[in-house]
Write a protein that binds this ligand. Structure first.
Ligand SMILES: Nc1ncnc2c1ncn2[C@@H]1O[C@H](COP(=O)(O)OP(=O)(O)OP(=O)(O)O)[C@@H](O)[C@H]1O
Ligand SMILES: [Mg+2]
Length: 354
């Protein structure tokens, strides 16, 4: 979104999270969409803090390992910036505006919403189609981010010997997956209010869609960190070892009852609270379906627990339900990692979206 090159046919989606980098590469033939490659690679603590890249060289080296692990030779990467690093706004314009006039208008609108000099920011916009009840007006999604954020992520890719093919925003990547998995569903998401939550390490993110358009987003400072901290305290492990033991299923038998259960309980409270915020600040008073993604949704049956607690049909987002797995993908590992791959899948889908 913030920029993209024309040849979209071959690219890898790379999601640089706080704790783990993930990549997905998809291909599309006349017969099917296929996962060609995928990988996850842990990021050392301190390299990404509050969604900011703190060490370009080390993050670049991690992405290099991620690509080597995946087996992909593709050099064109689609990446994303966190929505907390972006100011976005929907504006309505006349659809017959000339290019210069449109760019001038976008600059004026951007100047209104950003607290920085325009020289310090990247501005991008995309059409959202016609505005309601009018045929000669069009809605534009305006996206503004600080130049140093984009420069940081581009420098990481260069360090990893990759070429930046597209820089997106995490919410838009998730919205793309939401659209993709909604295709083929009866009613195709129309006149429905659905939500998607991403439970990362530091942050959980809620996106609410109505008629397939994003109508609400919210970020909360709650995520898998609380689980890792509890494991660290209970078993006297440094956070990196705690993360490793969790992933490798190597924790003592007391883990489920004494650590995981209380974490899931507070996670439920966070979800309820987040949804309450949404209901109280919008005209909506219910959602029809919740999809969840992010590392925390690897917890077995988490969707069933959530569904029971919030009384809304809930499922773990599976971007790959209608996608074939290529021969180079380790199927068991992949199945286990699906809950973590939402954002990377949304970025990879840029290659096959027509
Ligand atoms: N098997 C598992 N069971 C439970 N929780 C898990 C499991 N694997 C990972 N997690 C949790 O998921 C967290 C990582 O999630 P994820 O990879 O989505 O975060 P991230 O993308 O690195 O962070 P962010 O999106 O906040 O930048 C881990 O810190 C851990 O708490
Ligand atoms: Mg993440």
């Amino acid at each position: 979104m913030l920029f993209s090159s024309k040849n979209k046919n071959r690219l890898v989606g790379i999601d640089i999270g706080t704790t783990t980098a993930k990549m997905v590469e998809l291909s599309k033939s006349s017969r099917a969409v296929k996962v060609e490659h995928y990988a996850c690679e842990p990021l050392a603590p301190g390299l990404i803090i509050e969604q900011q890249i703190k060490d370009i060289e080390q993050v670049g080296a991690t992405i290099k390992r991620l690509m080597a692990r995946s087996g992909s030779k593709n050099k064109r990467a689609a990446v994303c910036v966190a929505s907390s690093n972006v100011i976005s706004k929907t504006i309505t314009v006349q659809s017959n505006m000339g290019e210069d006039e449109l760019e001038a208008m976008v600059e004026v609108e951007a100047d209104r919403v950003v607290p920085y000099a325009l020289d310090d920011v990247n501005i991008d916009f995309a059409s959202l189609g016609s505005a309601d009840q009018s045929t000669d007006e069009e809605q534009l999604q305006l996206v503004v981010t600080r130049k140093n954020v984009i420069e940081g992520i581009v420098a990481v890719l260069e360090e990893a010997e990759l070429e930046p093919a597209a820089v997106d925003v995490d919410h838009f990547a998730l919205a793309r997956v939401n659209d993709f998995v909604g295709q083929g569903r009866v009613g195709g998401g129309n006149a429905r209010t659905t939500a998607l939550m991403d439970f990362g390490y530091n942050t959980s993110r809620l996106i609410v869609f109505h008629n397939n358009q994003i109508v609400y987003t919210r970020e909360n400072p709650y995520g898998g960190r609380q689980l890792i901290d509890s494991i660290s305290q209970k078993y006297g492990l440094p956070p990196q070892d705690a993360s490793h033991a969790l992933r490798a299923n190597e924790l003592a038998s007391s883990f489920k009852g004494e650590v995981l259960k209380p974490f899931v309980k507070t996670l439920m409270q966070e979800i309820l609270r987040t949804l309450q915020f949404f209901y109280s600040s919008s005209t909506h008073n219910r959602i029809d379906q919740l999809l969840v993604t992010g590392g925390c949704t690897q917890i077995g049956n988490i969707d069933k627990f959530i569904e029971k607690r919030i009384e809304v049909p809930t499922a773990v987002l599976n971007p790959f339900a209608a996608i074939k797995l290529g021969s180079k993908v380790d199927k068991d590992m992949f199945r286990k990692d699906i809950p973590s791959l939402g954002v990377a899948a949304g970025l990879a889908l840029r290659a096959i979206d027509s």
